[in-house]
Design a protein around this ligand. Structure first.
Ligand code: UN1
Length: 524
């Protein structure tokens, strides 16, 4: 699809201006703004408007940024953690002030509806609050020593420079999950955002820069390097100065990250593909389930890693649920996400629309039945009035499928929901677990035996398991991530912070003998 190069309207121009963004924006920050590589044009998926041009990094600029970010770590790690928390507290407050503007930029550049764009900024604020508290709780254990007059303890030290690679679908929140934690842990960060959403990244780093400058902190602790895979991504993965890479993206990308980082004994936090299912049992409240399914499957136009992609429905309620779903899908307001009434905006780009159409072709070939939707919508009348031309709109799709169909095991990053039947509860769990991915899962049931079995060791094999709640929209307080091809990483809340620190077991002898562990005698 040709990209329309219409100019931004005055409302958009003044929004960009308030966020410190001009029509050409430097895409590298390491204490100074630069970028003399290729120009990256960023278009709104909503109507194809050219939002700005971003100047990407050259290999030399990457090198300088990595050097400066690594040097910034040395000073930052020496500042007491609660003082680092104070910087993150101010960052959270600045994000509170910028919530509406930054949320709207997410709407413009990533195509999320207003509530979700703002919700994403709220996640940033929440994780800052979490990190501020954490900055006084980076506790280690004291462990009983087997030797007399010895003390054994565990300490957590700052780790170093952390590489953060993020996807287009959460263009600001995932930076905060990583960087707010990394910052209180005493690490500096270098961020490679998605090339689909570079403006969101620049806007975030400008906010962080202002806070650092106001506090005389080297702003290179929050560095940014926008650029393509060969120039920036590969360098980041192979860079020995970066002990930890936290990457969000597809499972295919995760394999490359794991191999490159593993080869140099680096650590990786991987948050990769999902293929999330909801089981709907006979005792479920269908009203509750319907709402969760719609938000999970249609929200963010099916472009969350937690999106509900599979429904496993008991045969006794299958017809009723499908009927209600078709009715609800028909009524989903699709349109410009900047319109308050819209519930589903566009896909990110023309390629995503093409990938969805390819998937539909495979579904038909593999014997799936399209129950509703799936088609590409081009500037035609929607139930909200006319769709903006130049946007990447589709109708969400419902498919009657069987678990054996190959495509049901794949993650198509689009609003396609596979509906499948089950008879016995154990079969439902087997279907739920029978895919390569393991991020999020849910069950709707009022039968406590089913709920408990689902949460037990022989139940869901996912990193997230919910009862009477959908698969998406996790809170920041829990550890976020999943098993199998989802990559095994955990970000955000709980004790995920430990991955951003270096663990040290320290033993002190305050006696006047030197007893050896395991009772070993080693004396002549
Ligand atoms: C993602 O799609 O990469 O649980 C993250 C959720 C959000 C995060 C999704 N809090 O849906």
């Amino acid at each position: 699809m040709p990209k329309t190069k219409t100019k931004t309207n005055t409302q958009t121009s003044s929004l960009l201006k308030r966020l410190g963004l001009a029509s050409t924006v430097p895409g590298v920050f390491d204490g100074e703004w630069s970028g003399s590589g290729k120009c990256l044009e960023t278009f709104s998926p909503n109507d194809g408007t050219l939002l700005a041009q971003v100047r990407t990094a050259t290999p030399g600029e990457y090198e300088r940024a990595a050097q400066r970010a690594a040097a910034a770590f040395q000073k930052w790690q020496a500042i007491p953690a609660p003082q680092r928390g104070e910087i993150v507290r101010q960052l959270g407050n600045a994000l509170r002030d910028a919530r509406a503007d930054l949320g709207m930029l997410v709407t413009l550049e990533a195509g999320k509806i207003i509530a979700e764009g703002q919700g994403e900024v709220q996640e940033m604020i929440d994780i800052c609050d979490f990190a501020v508290g954490l900055s006084r709780q980076l506790y280690g254990l004291t462990i009983a020593s087997e030797r007399s007059r010895h003390r054994m303890m565990e300490q957590w030290h700052p780790l170093g420079l952390v590489g953060v690679i993020t996807a287009f679908n959460f263009p600001v929140a995932v930076w905060a999950w990583n960087c707010a934690l990394a910052a209180v842990c005493g690490d500096s960060t270098i961020w490679k955002p998605s090339s689909q959403t570079p403006l969101c990244a620049v806007a975030v780093i400008k906010i962080a820069e202002k806070i650092c400058r106001a506090n005389s902190i080297d702003p290179a602790i929050f560095s940014l390097v926008i650029g393509d895979g060969p120039t920036v991504g590969e360098r980041l993965l192979n860079d020995k100065r970066i002990p930890l890479i936290s990457a969000t993206g597809s499972s295919a990308m995760g394999v490359r990250v794991a191999q490159a980082v593993g080869k140099r004994f680096g650590r990786a936090i991987l948050e990769l593909g999902g293929n999330n299912a909801i089981i709907v049992a006979p005792s479920a409240s269908l009203d509750l389930a319907m709402r969760a399914i719609l938000f999970g499957a249609v929200g963010t136009a099916g472009q969350r890693c937690t999106t509900t992609r599979r429904l496993i429905v008991h045969e006794s309620i299958y017809d009723e649920l499908v009927k209600r779903l078709v009715r609800a899908y028909r009524q989903v307001p699709i349109g410009n996400p900047a319109d308050e009434k819209t519930l589903m905006g566009p896909l990110i780009n023309a390629q995503a629309v093409a990938d969805m159409q390819d998937a539909l072709e495979k579904i038909r070939r593999q014997g799936g039945e399209i129950l509703f939707g799936g088609e590409k919508l081009v500037a035609q009348a929607s139930n909200l009035g006319s769709l903006p031309p130049g946007g990447h709109y589709v109708r969400p799709c419902l498919v009657a499928a069987r678990p054996e169909m190959q495509i049901v095991s794949e993650e198509t990053f689009a609003p396609i929901l596979y509906v499948m039947k089950y008879r016995k509860f154990d079969d439902a769990i087997a279907i739920q677990n029978g895919v390569p991915q393991g991020l999020s899962s849910a069950i709707f049931t009022n039968d406590m035996r089913e709920a408990e079995q689902f949460l037990s060791a022989s139940g869901s094999d996912c990193g997230i398991a919910n009862v009477n709640i959908g698969t998406s929209g996790a809170e920041i307080g829990g550890a976020f991530g999943g098993e199998k091809e989802t990559g095994g990483g955990r970000e955000s809340g709980s004790d995920s912070w430990k991955l951003y620190m270096r663990r040290q077991t320290a033993t002190v002898n305050f006696g006047s003998d030197l007893p050896l562990a395991q009772g070993i005698k080693f004396e002549a």
